[in-house]
Design a protein. Structure first.
Length: 213
């Protein structure tokens, strides 16, 4: 088995220490940082995402794998920067105003990072203005809004309206998700993409950015 497959497998098992050591070893062997990211870390995280979607692994497994991915990325980061490897796109993510739930949002964030996206996490209780302002300042391609309460879902419409008012609606894709959110709700408020789970959200976001790129 080659070292990149080894990295991928250890990441899937959540072995952060091994991942860190293997990434360093791969760098020492002269493998390009971009290749280690793509064929080692991202490929491992994509597999975890697929398994999560098929209920073969669960939230704790994803969190442990994401931690291993983070350990590997920390070793890689300086090399990625120096070799000019850029993220495939930028996403501004947050839980909408009035809502303090963040487990779902954090999962989506990890999955998106696992697809090679740069994610700007605004946390919870985020106003429509903050989403839109941040997207403008960072030239993000996507705004991803999460809500877990039926009472806060309406805030997502405010994000869409604010993006229109600020003149960036045609430049940004608005994704919505969370337990009470549905595809028909997404369409009714004029948002672009609804996905039922974190892995699908990350895949859709990656598609959007690849198309834009």
């Amino acid at each position: 088995m080659n070292i990149l497959e080894d990295i991928s497998l250890n990441l899937q098992q959540g072995k952060a220490k091994n991942v860190k050591e293997l990434v360093q070893k791969a760098l020492d062997e002269g493998i390009a940082a971009g290749e280690i990211l793509e064929k080692g870390l991202l490929s491992g995280m994509t597999t975890v995402g697929e398994k999560f979607k098929n209920n073969e692994v669960y939230v704790p497994d994803v969190l442990i794998a994401a931690r291993a991915m983070k350990a590997g990325t920390e070793v890689l980061r300086p090399h990625l920067v120096s070799s000019g490897v850029k993220p495939i796109g930028k996403v501004v993510i947050g839980t909408v105003k009035g809502d303090l739930h963040d487990i779902g949002k954090n999962l989506v964030k990890m999955m998106m990072e696992g697809q090679g996206l740069e994610v700007i996490d605004l946390g919870v209780d985020v106003s429509a203005e903050k989403f839109v302002q941040t997207a403008k300042e960072t030239s993000a391609q996507i705004i991803a809004c999460s809500a877990l309460l039926t009472t806060t879902m309406g805030e997502m419409k405010n994000v869409v309206e604010t993006a229109k008012a600020e003149g960036i609606r045609d430049k940004v894709t608005i994704m919505v998700g969370g337990a009470p959110v549905t595809d028909s709700f997404c369409k009714s408020i004029g948002a672009d993409i609804y996905t039922p789970d974190a892995a699908s959200a990350a895949e859709e976001a990656a598609k959007v950015c690849k198309k834009a790129g």
